[in-house]
Design a protein around this ligand. Structure first.
Ligand code: GLN
Length: 282
């Protein structure tokens, strides 16, 4: 069977785009090669591998787990079922974080619940002078985060095991970022699409989805320098609750930003206590 014929057959079962992604993965080629070699014979071994991947995709497995990687902010990250698959809306969190990080000056960043490490590693790569600490409570996730840190930011990204702030008791950061679990227990979305295959511990944040955000917000003041920012992703209906939490914890400049779909998706605030005392002529 030719490559073009195999693709045509695959497209009867899964989407055209996904079929091409999977065949490129099997053949370790790019799209240009695939187009140029449509008349080539797809030999037995890759044909069998391609067929098995199509069957798994048709059964619901996420494409990113089948290929073992996903792109965020222009870089490929290793992903396995031990970590959440990077999502486009997380680029909003990256953008907002980058806006608050100095260019060409040292700073310290903490990524809480780093998973694949895609947020913290991106920040470390975009800001070579930043020292970025990535923590997660899952050993299996840390292994993936370490691989991604080693590939993209070996000099300034550090990966360590911590249940939120437990292992970084005495440290202070200029910026804390997180894409925590924020889906409510029993949310019907958990039984649909990619979420069925992703780690529940990375998705579910208790009865109202806010358990982990509560811990992150309440613990942040003790780990931010005066003037430091906390920024985190949350669910489509959680912006008001998050802003309230930030205000109650004493944050200022509280902000919420919409993702590309217009849904309030990232909130945060600035920890100003002690800030003026640090100013040279205050
Ligand atoms: N945005 C994800 C979803 O609902 C959830 C990610 C998360 O819990 N951090 O598909």
């Amino acid at each position: 069977m030719t490559i073009a014929a195999a693709l045509a057959e695959a497209q009867q079962v899964i989407g055209r785009f996904e079929a091409r992604v999977l065949l490129r993965h099997v053949l370790r080629c790019d799209e240009a090669w695939l187009i140029a070699h449509g008349d080539d014979d797809l030999t037995a071994a890759p044909f069998a591998v391609f067929g098995a991947l199509i069957a798994r995709r048709a059964a619901g497995e996420p494409v990113a787990y089948l290929t073992g990687h996903r792109e965020l902010y222009g870089r490929e990250f290793v992903v396995t079922p031990a970590v959440l698959i990077p999502r486009p809306e997380t680029e909003l969190l990256v953008e907002l974080a980058l806006q608050r990080l100095p260019v060409g000056a040292p700073c310290r960043v903490l990524d809480l619940g780093a998973g694949s490490g895609c947020i913290g590693v991106t920040l470390a790569t975009e800001r070579p002078q930043a020292q970025v600490t990535l923590v997660d409570t899952s050993e299996a996730a840390l292994e993936i985060a370490r691989a991604n840190a080693a590939r993209w930011a070996p000099a300034n990204a550090t990966v360590l095991r911590s249940d939120w702030y437990t292992a970084i008791a005495a440290e202070h950061y200029d910026l804390i970022v997180s894409n925590p679990p924020y889906v409510a227990d029993g949310d019907p979305h958990l039984a649909q699409g990619d979420l069925r295959f992703e780690p529940q511990s990375a998705l579910v944040g208790g009865a109202d989805g806010l358990d982990d955000i509560r811990r992150i917000v309440s613990g942040a003041p003790a780990h931010l320098v005066p003037g430091g920012w906390l920024l985190f992703e949350h669910g489509h209906d959680q912006a008001a609750a998050c802003a309230q939490m930030l205000a109650a914890a004493g944050f200022q400049d509280i902000t919420t930003a919409p993702d590309l779909a217009g849904i309030p998706r990232v909130s945060g605030g600035r920890w100003m206590r002690g800030f003026h005392a640090r100013m040279p002529d205050a």
